[in-house]
Design a protein around this ligand. Structure first.
Ligand code: GTP
Ligand code: MG
Length: 320
């Protein structure tokens, strides 16, 4: 099952039920009186955050979403039942736009938020109220909506493929992301959590980037939107012989981020220099530290399990 962060849906609210046109003969006053009841209101379509959802996959085969129509009014002033609302559940961080002009309807950043996206039609008024003709009901609103998910993580891991991003996340947060010695092992974003007192700090691992990712090289920059909302970026560098030189990698990564969204460069960041267990890593680390400064780089090894607590403390320091 692949991670889906973009989809289009058609929503249609319910129509109002018809107002009833009917009479009864009142013997007491020897008169024909109108007694047609009003139609029920059509159901609304509501988009609601479900914090347990991770992506938009569940809407893949549910593109047409309709709320129920209101029931027609009846004789004896019987009011038709309102149509049931339809709730569309989405993950937190979903942005809703109207497809025709791409105008923002709502950015569902907060938990338990919901928004009415298509209003049900009013029911028709029966002749008991109008005293003449019954009034016709209203149609329910219909819209085509673009839904786009941008994960709400606090920290984003970026790096070349194979740098050890997922291994780091798995070690720090006990996630179960797939890791392997070949590039592009991670194909979908992965989220891990560490705790600081009562605060959950969410960390997002995204697929690896390479030079010209913004020109769709490798997996491209498709996933960079998922780190747009983070406060901090962690550049993970592998220091193995087969990994690109860390300083070069850092420059390329910064270029790719800037090409995608210059605001990404305004975020706080630091580098994790990984695979310190390997021969030659120490020299690479020292040269990187000299260039970027002590405060911006931490040595770690996921094989020797070193530097993990320093990395955790460094992350937490941004949230104090
Ligand atoms: N020697 C050594 N190998 C490591 C270390 N950390 C990770 N690796 C290995 O490096 C390879 C890549 O690790 P991943 O965690 O899959 O790397 P990634 O950055 O998530 O890679 P992509 O998902 O392809 O972008 C795996 O074979 C890991 O076992 C480390 O500290 N030392
Ligand atoms: Mg990975």
């Amino acid at each position: 099952m692949s991670f889906i962060d973009k989809t289009k849906i058609y929503v249609k609210a319910g129509c109002g039920g018809k107002g009833c046109f009917s009479f009864f003969f009142n013997k007491k006053v020897a008169k024909r009186l109108s007694d047609g009841g009003d139609g029920g209101k059509g159901g609304d379509v509501i988009v609601k955050v479900n914090p347990n959802l991770w992506d938009l996959n569940h809407l893949k085969f549910q593109r047409h979403i309709k709320a129920s129509n209101g029931v027609h009014g009846g004789s004896n002033k019987k009011h038709g039942k309102n149509g049931a609302d339809k709730i569309v559940e989405v993950p937190q961080g979903t942005i809703i736009r109207e497809a025709k002009d791409n105008l923002l309807i709502r950015d569902l950043k907060n938990e338990d938020t919901s928004i009415l996206v298509a209003k049900g039609g009013k029911g028709g008024i029966g002749n008991a109220s109008t005293k003449s003709e019954a009034k016709v009901p209203f149609e329910g609103e219909e819209k085509v909506l673009n839904l786009e998910l941008k994960l709400l993580a606090d920290v984003g891991l970026v790096g070349f493929p194979n740098a050890g991003k997922t291994t780091f996340l798995n070690t720090l947060c006990q996630t179960k992301g797939k890791t392997a010695e070949y590039p592009f092992t991670t194909l979908d974003p992965l989220l891990g959590v560490i705790w600081h007192k009562d605060t959950a700090i969410k960390i997002a691992d995204i697929p690896g980037l390479i030079n010209d990712a913004h020109k769709s090289k490798g997996l491209g920059d498709l996933f960079l939107k998922h780190i747009q909302r983070t406060n901090i970026l962690i550049f993970v560098m592998g220091l193995a012989k087969t990994d690109p030189l860390p300083w070069d990698a850092f420059k390329i990564l910064k270029k790719e981020l800037r090409e995608f969204d210059p605001k990404l460069m305004g975020k706080e960041y630091f580098i994790l220099a990984n695979k310190m267990d390997l021969p030659g890593a120490e020299d690479k680390f020292k040269s990187l530290e000299k260039k970027i400064g002590k405060d911006y780089v931490l040595p770690i090894s996921m094989v020797n399990k070193t530097g993990i607590e320093d990395a955790r403390a460094k992350i937490i320091s941004f949230f104090q």
